[in-house]
Write a protein that binds this ligand. Structure first.
Ligand code: HEC
Length: 171
């Protein structure tokens, strides 16, 4: 009886001061929101599209030129879209409106709208803080070109082709 009682107490002890309860939200935390935003921007690939030359040069673009947009379009069945200048964007909208945009907007490919939506509210806000900390600079990117219309800028053709260039049709 006594033996059982001791085991019971030990089990109780483990339950009360055992493994820490995980936080309710899965998100990136850091020294401050600007650092968190910078980190997410790098690892979630924002620079790959929104910083001209970033992906092509293995990230060797000075930070002062990050996130100014890319005037080379992405052409597909949706028309031609351009990765926007995010530093000008955050200068025109509140943090709340930016967070709401990442939550709800169903924009054009190849922007990974479905991925940014999954960030926690604090992490979405941290992206805003980081973009804002870089300061407004650069130009606004061209407007979307409707499907079937020839862009006046260079663009990447995102229609998949088969071996030898054979058309595959819509993915
Ligand atoms: C694969 C390329 C790609 C990646 C990666 C990418 N974007 Fe985009 N982004 C785009 C394109 C293209 C557009 C324009 C889409 C449209 O017109 O709906 C865009 C649009 C946006 C807009 C709307 C801007 C406006 O002016 O309305 C925001 C905000 C944005 N991206 C934030 C991000 C963030 C934050 C990340 C990183 C987590 C990211 N993007 C990663 C390509 C990309």
């Amino acid at each position: 009886m006594l033996r059982f009682g001791m085991i019971g107490l030990a089990a109780l002890g483990l339950a009360s001061c055992g493994v820490a309860k995980p936080p309710a939200v899965t998100e990136v935390v850091g020294a401050n929101s600007i650092e968190v935003g910078r980190y997410i921007s790098m690892v979630a690939g924002c620079n790959d599209c929104h910083t001209a030359g970033y992906a092509q040069n293995a990230g060797k673009v000075p930070e002062a030129q990050w996130l100014l947009g890319n005037p080379i379009g992405y052409r597909g069945p949706w028309g031609t879209s351009y990765a926007s200048n995010l530093r000008l964007l955050v200068n025109t909208m509140s943090k709340e409106a930016f967070v709401e945009m990442l939550d709800t907007r169903q924009g054009l490919p190849p922007m990974p709208w479905q991925n940014v939506k999954a960030l926690s509210p604090a992490n979405k806000a941290a992206l805003y803080d980081y973009f804002k900390s870089l300061g407004p600079a650069g130009e606004a990117m061209p407007a979307v070109v409707p499907p079937g219309q020839e862009p006046t800028t260079p663009y990447e053709n995102m229609v998949p082709v088969g071996p030898g260039g054979a058309p595959l049709g819509a993915p």
